[in-house]
Design a protein around this ligand. Structure first.
Ligand SMILES: [Zn+2]
Length: 446
């Protein structure tokens, strides 16, 4: 989808180097042929200019020998600001989990939300994620943290029926206000996020769709996460959620539905027909014992675009997309008794090129190719958990070995956010201290 990310960035108050040469890395390109090349990458401004032996100098030269150079990972379902609520409700049934997290959430202030968002963005940048899709309220607060850290956020303002929300005023109007104030930004793209069928009436879905259409963005929503959700909805309406949303004309091309665990094959075909992508969240589904397994092989076979999401830090409890790739692969192998299901290359696709396609941003993200945005991660393969890394096993190591601790540099939009393991954009110590203080105070209030 063309949008604010395609426009040239405004100067952001800090010097931007006009060119960066990343030399001699093992480049996992994720191009159409999935080539892995020992070569250079030249970044000019915010975009990749050349992939290959570069015969000229640049303003900044980065030695990537002994490293993998890869496209930044894309997390397609998160609640980033819940990072301060990490591990607040572990090893309890879903009802207990929801009761505990809602109770804490209702006590949160904007300062807590900002601290959580900054913490979550740091965690993502440190673990190789350059873009994420979020679902929450107070996205205006989250947007500031996203821009300060300097990663990309597709920020979905939660829209739900008045009777279920803690938001002040009408959530649809709040979402509209957020979009108006944030469209055209470089790193933040506003999205409409009807929370799920259990809190959104047909009328709310209709208003959400109208707003998304009018503002040329998409809708992001939870969908068929648990059997309970599906059965309760069926009791009320006589239809399964996807059937109902298809019949009411809500589903639309470009949407991203999170979870999609409890789907019939008929519903998978409906999503494919409507052009709705699914953000698969394997860790969250396993940890909350959602039961069942999202039917990934059937989604692939029917042409549903699948991407991956971590979900929030209270149901995961990390925002590490390398782990999400690994669990996505292992979960379906174990379930199908078939080690060939979701191979390493496909798992990496889900977090890069397929995620970019789901976001309607294939032109900009997902691979290291000339013309793409310079969202690049450099993984130091001299660590014990990444040794030996070769051209042949690089993709396997990124999915199955221990890459997240080995992330050395993270570049977003041509600018280093993390360089030689140090944050360039923010003071990491201060962000962590603030998050600890806010988390302790929040829990004390609850
Ligand atoms: Zn969620």
């Amino acid at each position: 989808m063309l949008g604010p990310f395609n426009t040239l960035p405004k100067p952001e108050g800090c010097a931007r180097l006009s060119s960066t040469l990343i030399k001699n890395g093992l480049v996992v390109t994720q191009n159409a042929n999935r080539e892995v090349l020992r070569t250079d990458v030249l970044v000019n401004g915010t975009r990749i200019e050349q992939v290959g032996q570069v015969g000229r100098d640049a303003d900044d030269v980065v030695d990537a020998s002994g490293c993998v150079v890869m496209p930044g990972l894309i997390n397609c379902h998160a609640h980033v600001s819940m990072a301060v609520m990490r591990s607040v409700a572990d090893d309890v049934r879903l009802e207990g989990f929801l009761e505990r997290t809602f109770a804490i959430d209702s006590k949160r202030t904007n300062e807590d939300i900002a601290a959580g968002a900054a913490l979550g963005c740091l965690e993502m940048a440190r673990t190789g994620t350059t873009t994420f899709l979020d679902l929450y309220y107070a996205q205006d607060v989250i947007a500031k943290s996203v821009e300060q850290v300097g990663i990309r956020g597709y920020l979905g303002w939660a829209v739900l029926d008045q009777e279920f929300t803690t938001q002040k005023g009408d959530p649809v109007k709040n979402c509209e206000k957020f979009i108006m104030a944030h469209k055209g930004r470089t790193l933040v793209k506003p999205v409409v996020a009807p929370q799920g069928v259990y809190v959104c009436s047909d009328e709310t879905f209709r208003k959400a769709r109208e707003l998304a259409k009018r503002e040329a963005t998409f809708c992001h929503y939870h969908l068929s996460e648990t059997r309970y959700e599906v059965y309760e909805f069926q009791k009320k309406t006589g239809k399964r959620p996807v059937e109902h949303l298809a019949e009411t004309g809500f589903l639309a091309k470009g949407d991203i539905a999170a979870h999609g665990v409890w789907l019939t094959i008929n519903e998978v075909r409906m999503l494919a027909k409507a052009g709705v992508s699914v953000a698969h969240c394997p860790t969250s589904n396993m940890k909350l014992a959602s039961g069942g397994f999202a039917p990934l092989p059937e989604m692939f076979a029917n042409g549903v675009t699948v991407c991956l999401g971590t979900d929030g830090a209270s149901s995961n409890n990390s925002l590490d997309m390398f782990l999400e790739m690994k669990f996505a692969s292992l979960m379906h192998k174990a379930h199908r008794w078939d080690a060939t299901v979701v191979p390493a290359q496909k798992a990496l696709d889900l977090a890069t090129v397929d995620a970019a396609a789901a976001l309607g941003a294939s032109r900009d993200f997902g691979s290291i190719e000339p013309g793409k945005k310079a969202d690049i991660v450099i993984v130091d393969c001299s660590t014990p958990g990444m040794t030996p890394t070769t051209r042949e096993n690089a993709v396997s190591n990124l999915v199955y070995a221990s890459p997240s601790q080995a992330v050395r540099d993270t570049m977003v939009d041509g600018r280093f956010v993390l360089r030689d393991r140090e944050f360039v954009t923010v003071d990491e110590g201060k962000v962590l201290a603030d998050a600890r203080d806010k988390a302790a105070a929040l829990l004390a209030r609850c």
